[in-house]
Design a protein around this ligand. Structure first.
Ligand SMILES: [Zn+2]
Length: 266
């Protein structure tokens, strides 16, 4: 998770266990716009082999988390995936004991970038383990998933008013950030951005602390700087996919000019 950053440095921020693992979140976000209920990201899901579960020690819990929050799967109108790595779209579909796979959110329209699907289908040595087609192919085949294109996003980044997507390339070639903007009557507007794996946790705010999974770490450094140019002065709420302790924060620069997080309680 920390690429070329030495363990002597990152372990001060987040300690590893005896197998060199750190605690990570799989943070999904539900947005109720008043008209739509949107789900951003769907975690790892329930399709992992026993061996992979043993390695990652993850618990398949999105359905239970949604139930605890009073959100029924049938209520979700839109599911957005920042990219199609297995830890971001796992609960797009559910694996049943008979081996069948069905959409977890039967009434939702799913959105992902077409480039992610194309890349996953190449099954390259570098990252084939990250692309598990049962997480998206059934949805594409049934027409339930809309595949966004770079040109289409440039022409119109809005999914609907208040929710829009923007490419932040580097982790993958077309990774999406999700913008959430509230425009309350009379009150101050708020802007949140779910930044996916461009900045997976609050420990990764330093532009050079990029992760080993990034396909283009140099591009990630540039994209983080581009992100801060708006996120810091406009005081965005930054939503981190993989930070268990700090899922949401505002970012500012400290006296050394380094970006730091002020956690928000949700
Ligand atoms: Zn991830």
């Amino acid at each position: 998770m920390f690429g070329v950053v030495p363990k002597t440095m990152w372990s001060k921020r987040t300690p590893a266990d005896d197998q060199n693992r750190i605690l990570l979140g799989l943070n999904s976000v539900v947005v109720r716009t008043g008209r739509h209920t949107v789900l951003i990201e769907t975690g790892i899901g329930n399709k992992q082999t026993a061996k992979m579960r043993e390695i990652h020690q993850n618990t398949p819990q999105l359905p239970a988390s949604l139930a605890a929050a009073g959100v029924r799967p049938e209520e979700i109108d839109v599911v957005l995936n920042t990219h199609l790595h297995f830890d971001h779209c796992g609960w797009n579909t559910t694996l049943h004991p008979d081996g069948s796979v069905t959409p977890t959110f039967p009434n939702a329209r799913y959105f992902a970038h077409a480039g992610e699907v194309a890349h996953g289908r190449l099954q390259l040595d570098r990252d084939r383990v990250s692309y598990l087609s049962p997480n998206y192919d059934p949805l594409i085949e049934s027409g339930q998933m809309t595949l966004l294109t770079t040109e289409g996003i440039r022409a119109d980044p809005e999914i609907f008013p208040g929710i829009s997507v923007e490419e932040f390339p580097g982790h993958t070639a077309q990774m999406l950030g999700i913008h959430i903007e509230s425009r309350p009557h009379g009150g101050a507007s708020e802007h949140a951005c779910y930044i996916g794996d461009l900045i997976p946790t609050a420990h990764h705010l330093d532009p050079t602390w990029v992760i080993g999974y990034d396909l283009d770490p140099v591009r990630c450094i540039a994209e983080r700087k581009r992100f801060y140019q708006r996120a810091i002065p406009e005081q965005w709420i930054v939503l981190f996919t993989h930070d268990h302790h700090t899922p949401a924060a505002r970012v500012s620069l400290n006296d050394k000019g380094k970006p730091v997080a002020s956690a928000l309680s949700l």
